[in-house]
Design a protein around this ligand. Structure first.
Ligand SMILES: [Fe+2]
Length: 146
């Protein structure tokens, strides 16, 4: 059901965004200014999508989860309580970004089946957003081309 799937996306986006903010604050290394800025953008751009996703759940006449314990139950993105090295942060964020892409792709299909074209359209936008971030992280992690 589309609303239930959107709840998983909502919780996962909250955790993804929170984790990006954590890395924005705690990342270290000689490229600190760029890394700090990258995670700042990642945090704010993904956080902006939370309200839209939540309101689509209400449009579908279901209640929107809004508590930390519900998010912890629903999310497919795992929380990070430690402070990994910069390269490990990017590797982890890359894996999380790929999970977000998979989620938006499967939600696009469900929304299309249920003829919720506006929601399908928004899922396509989110796939684009995470797809661009995946490209950037791959480029940050790439070795041996300089
Ligand atoms: Fe900041």
């Amino acid at each position: 059901m589309l609303a239930d799937n959107l709840k998983v996306l909502l919780a996962s986006t909250e955790v993804f965004s929170l984790k990006s903010r954590n890395f924005h604050w705690n990342i270290e290394g000689s490229d600190f200014p760029q890394y700090h800025a990258f995670y700042g953008d990642l945090y704010s751009e993904t956080y902006k999508t939370v309200d839209t996703i939540a309101e689509y759940i209400r449009v579908l006449d279901s209640y929107t989860p809004g508590s930390l314990s519900r998010y912890a139950e629903l999310t497919v993105i795992q929380d990070q309580t430690k402070v990994p090295r910069a390269e490990l942060m990017f590797t982890e964020t890359y894996q999380d970004t790929m999970k977000m892409i998979e989620l938006t792709m499967s939600l696009f299909d469900v929304a299309t089946q249920e003829k919720q074209q506006g929601i399908a359209n928004y899922m396509a936008e989110l796939q684009d957003l995470y797809g661009k971030k995946a490209w950037m992280i791959r480029s940050i992690l790439k070795k041996g081309r300089e």
